[in-house]
Design a protein around this ligand. Structure first.
Ligand SMILES: *[C@@H]1O[C@H](CO)[C@@H](O)[C@H](O)[C@H]1NC(C)=O
Ligand SMILES: *[C@@H]1O[C@H](CO)[C@@H](O)[C@H](O)[C@H]1NC(C)=O
Ligand SMILES: *[C@@H]1O[C@H](CO)[C@@H](O)[C@H](O)[C@H]1NC(C)=O
Ligand SMILES: *[C@@H]1O[C@H](CO)[C@@H](O)[C@H](O)[C@H]1NC(C)=O
Ligand SMILES: *[C@@H]1O[C@H](CO)[C@@H](O)[C@H](O)[C@H]1NC(C)=O
Ligand SMILES: *[C@@H]1O[C@H](CO)[C@@H](O)[C@H](O)[C@H]1NC(C)=O
Ligand SMILES: *[C@@H]1O[C@H](CO)[C@@H](O)[C@H](O)[C@H]1NC(C)=O
Ligand SMILES: *[C@@H]1O[C@H](CO)[C@@H](O)[C@H](O)[C@H]1NC(C)=O
Ligand SMILES: *[C@@H]1O[C@H](CO)[C@@H](O)[C@H](O)[C@H]1NC(C)=O
Ligand SMILES: *[C@@H]1O[C@H](CO)[C@@H](O)[C@H](O)[C@H]1NC(C)=O
Length: 513
């Protein structure tokens, strides 16, 4: 379950990146197609045709690559004065479901012909989301010395990142993210230090174990860095000290899914411009220091699934830009009070969970507190919220996910909670002492899940909405027959657990639907 909250956060982070913390406007390219006087240069046209010959193109995406004026071909951009090709955008925009990869049916494959080197003014190259399975990342790319933007994300290149990339000293954006399990691309990272203009670096899923001792000093050679993404890189050392910090303009730092075992290094809190910080899925230990309060620009704080412990400092409430907080699956203790949220007016998502069954984190919040935020996503597990149903949810009219799991609540579901008229995609109040009848009026959105497991709910089995696909009612005091029309009312149910109740009668035929 921890994965679901973390991945939700990660999706949000990606969304923000899409929305463009970094503007690509700094890269300028013109299309000759707008200017009928400038035509492409013949040797460049021939070079592009050679490139086309080397590629497999099952969906015929390059069908426009005919005729004299290559500046009009799709994905090709030219300088509008010289007519030279300066942009090649061959990204596969056909996606394959939700896994974040391009659809193979539409992807280019085959070989990248070195004829590419004829395009001397190329400053933008995007081959992302294609399928060059088994092809070594060509080292001649390092000779395209005018490149400012290079994107080979999820293009299935294999082997070692060619050290010649170190020649691309004008690069601003480098995206080599490519998660190939179990044989990731690898690199010793030595080539990186010369890319001193780099603003954006993404090496997600690239094996950096060879660079373990010096990856951080190397990255610290990049004074213009604004975004650094190194998740899933097999890194195990996060140095606690740095002599001085070069990358002070860093806005986005993603070091999730590595193997860091140390405490959170103090230099991180000098990066006061930082907007998310993602250290989830490591093995970080120790406490969250008070210097957390320095990171006033933080929008995303994601520390899920580590071994952090101790109390959660009140300075959390100073992070007034925070949108998403995920500190789940650590071993916190102490209390959470109003002060922890005092200035968090923009907060939309909260995940706080301890590793069960040890409930050592207690919410001590007064019953008349009105939070400054309106949450969309609330996921609290194995913390003491009860014994009363949390009254500070009274004004939370925008919630779609509510998880109050194993939270020591001994109460009924209050009327005001139903009157909020929320539409849930996930409602989980399992493992409490909730009693009484469950309200009939709850509303659910398409493909939603409900988990009321292990409470003391009574009365007839609730049948809510046709939109519910998972319904867990196990271990309660529900009684009476299973409604005969359950299969008609909830035709899309794929999981149903009603065991350990006081039900009687027979299993209705409509379950067969
Ligand atoms: C040529 O490109 C430059 C830079 O991209 C742009 O500012 C200018 O408007 C373009 N001129 C024409 C005629 O398209
Ligand atoms: C690179 O391409 C991927 C996939 O097409 C895209 O999601 C990502 O934003 C691109 N990276 C940059 C820095 O533009
Ligand atoms: C490019 O990089 C390689 C390896 O780092 C180096 O041997 C070569 O001389 C460089 N070429 C240029 C043109 O700088
Ligand atoms: C900071 O970056 C500059 C330029 O890349 C480099 O010369 C210097 O050594 C870097 N400082 C540190 C402490 O790494
Ligand atoms: C971080 O900031 C503190 C206080 O401003 C300063 O003393 C320290 O040298 C800085 N650390 C680094 C690594 O820059
Ligand atoms: C529960 O957590 C508290 C505080 O962290 C700790 O002292 C105690 O040993 C833990 N108990 C178990 C059974 O893990
Ligand atoms: C909860 O907070 C109130 C008021 O701030 C305080 O008096 C009380 O001792 C706290 N209870 C616990 C268990 O911390
Ligand atoms: C909060 O909700 C209560 C009753 O549900 C309402 O009277 C009050 O005006 C609300 N306050 C805010 C700040 O929305
Ligand atoms: C099902 O979900 C959709 C969209 O999520 C919503 O518009 C619709 O009202 C829901 N239907 C019911 C019966 O709750
Ligand atoms: C039930 O599922 C089908 C296909 O999975 C979908 O088309 C339909 O909209 C769903 N209906 C509801 C009420 O969720």
């Amino acid at each position: 379950m921890g994965h679901s909250s973390a991945s939700a956060s990660i999706q949000l982070v990606s969304l923000i990146i899409l929305l463009g913390i970094l503007s690509l406007e700094t890269i300028k390219f013109g299309f000759c197609s707008d200017d009928h006087n400038v035509r492409c240069i013949d040797i460049e046209r021939k070079a592009l045709l050679k490139l086309k010959q080397g590629l497999t193109d099952p969906f015929d995406r390059l069908s426009s690559w005919v005729g004299e004026d290559c500046c009009k071909w799709s994905g090709v951009g030219c300088n509008n004065i010289t007519g030279r090709v300066n942009m090649l955008d061959l990204r596969n925009r056909y996606l394959d479901g939700l896994d974040g990869y391009g659809s193979i049916k539409h992807a280019f494959g085959g070989e990248i012909n070195p004829s590419l080197l004829v395009l001397k003014d190329l400053d933008y190259l995007d081959l992302s989301m294609n399928y060059f399975e088994g092809v070594q990342l060509p080292s001649f790319i390092g000779s395209l010395e005018k490149l400012k933007y290079l994107n080979l994300s999820r293009a299935y290149f294999v082997g070692v990142i060619p050290p010649t990339l170190g020649n691309l000293s004008r690069l601003l954006y480098l995206d080599l993210s490519n998660f190939l399990f179990p044989n990731p691309i690898e690199t010793d990272l030595q080539w990186l230090a010369t890319l001193s203009s780099l603003k954006y670096l993404n090496l997600e899923g690239v094996d950096l174990t060879k660079a373990t001792p010096y990856w951080l000093p190397t990255v610290n050679m990049l004074p213009s860095l604004v975004e650094l993404h190194l998740p899933l890189c097999g890194l195990s050392i996060l140095p606690l000290t740095l002599p001085s910090i070069n990358f002070t303009s860093l806005l986005v730092l993603d070091l999730s899914d590595n193997d860091f075992k140390s405490t959170i290094p103090p230099w991180l809190f000098n990066l006061t411009e930082l907007q998310m910080l993602d250290l989830a899925y490591n093995s970080l230990t120790g406490k969250l220091p008070d210097s957390l309060g320095y990171l006033k620009s933080l929008r995303y704080l994601i520390l899920a699934a580590n071994s952090l412990s101790g109390i959660i400092p009140e300075c959390l409430g100073e992070l007034s830009s925070l949108v998403s907080l995920d500190i789940s699956y650590n071993t916190w203790e102490g209390t959470i009070t109003e002060a922890h949220f005092s200035k968090l007016g923009g907060l939309r998502e909260v995940s706080i969970a301890n590793d069960p069954p040890n409930i050592s984190l207690v919410f001590n919040i007064s019953s008349d507190w009105i939070p400054p935020f309106k949450l969309r996503y609330l996921d609290i597990r194995s913390c003491q919220l009860g014994p009363k149903f949390p009254t500070w949810l009274r004004n939370q009219t925008e919630l779609t996910t509510v998880v109050l799991n194993n939270a020591r609540i001994s109460d009924t579901i209050p009327d005001w909670f139903c009157q909020l008229d929320l539409q849930f995609d996930f409602l989980n109040v399992a493992h409490n002492q909730l009693s009484g009848r469950v309200p009939n009026s709850l509303r659910f959105s398409y493909d939603s899940s409900v988990d009321l497991t292990s409470n003391r709910f009574e009365g007839p089995l609730p049948l809510w909405s046709s939109n519910i696909t998972w319904l867990y009612l196990r271990d309660n005091l529900f009684s009476g027959p299973i409604p005969h029309n359950i299969g008609q009312v909830m035709p899309n149910l794929t999981r149903l657990d009603i065991s350990r109740n006081s039900l009687s009668g027979s299993i209705p035929l409509s379950i067969g639907n």
